[in-house]
Unconditional design. Sequence first.
Length: 258
Amino acid sequence: MQFAAMETILPSKAPDSITEAKEAGYAGIELNVDGPDAATDPIWTPANRVRMQVKAVAEEMAIPSICLGFLNRGGLTSDDPDVRADARHAIVNAIDAAAAIRAEAILVPFFGDAQIESSEERDRLVDGFQRLTDAAEAVDVTLAIENTLDGEANAELIDRIDSPKVGIYFDVGNALVYGNDPIEDIETLGPDIARVHFKDWDDDGSCRIGDGHVDYPAAVEALRDIGYDNWVVLETPSREDPIHEATVNLDRSREYVR
């Protein structure tokens, strides 16, 4: 397993965040996309993509994935067909962006306004991804779904979508927070897990890895049992000194993996 930092735990946006992730000891960074156009995020312009690539090469860093965080404001599960169409358009553009910067995966989140609560919303999600699979498969980019559902429900979604380039982005900490069993979910999803987030929670909220309720030794063992040997992205609290906190959480995560 290799470790990457989610850009949101660092002070800056790319390309500067790439240097910050390197400083904190990571091998890669997951870029967070703040909006669907050039006015809201640098990733949408070719010149900025080149800057990101140049910085990544100079720092010997990978950009394994990008996160479309703005889709939590509404997307493929919306009851408005225009909103769903806009989300599909944004994801197609993100597939092009990911291919351009050599990111292998795109996190498509379903929290907040996009949280999945009904069978109709599940149907819309499946339909939306089925319309996107050709574009993802054409450039070998994986669409990784992250949501609040348990392993069994997510496995059913993946079976229905039926594409080698659609999987689950599994967050060990979120599984616990949303009332699921992280270990059981890992075992249920198996090879459907495309990427993994590490975070931890105590009674007061998000905390350092190892200080909360997540059983990390058991989670790492479960990931090894299913043969997961891909990127682990840390989405941890930044506090007053983001680089220091990112380093502490990386060191703790490495100990669990060792």
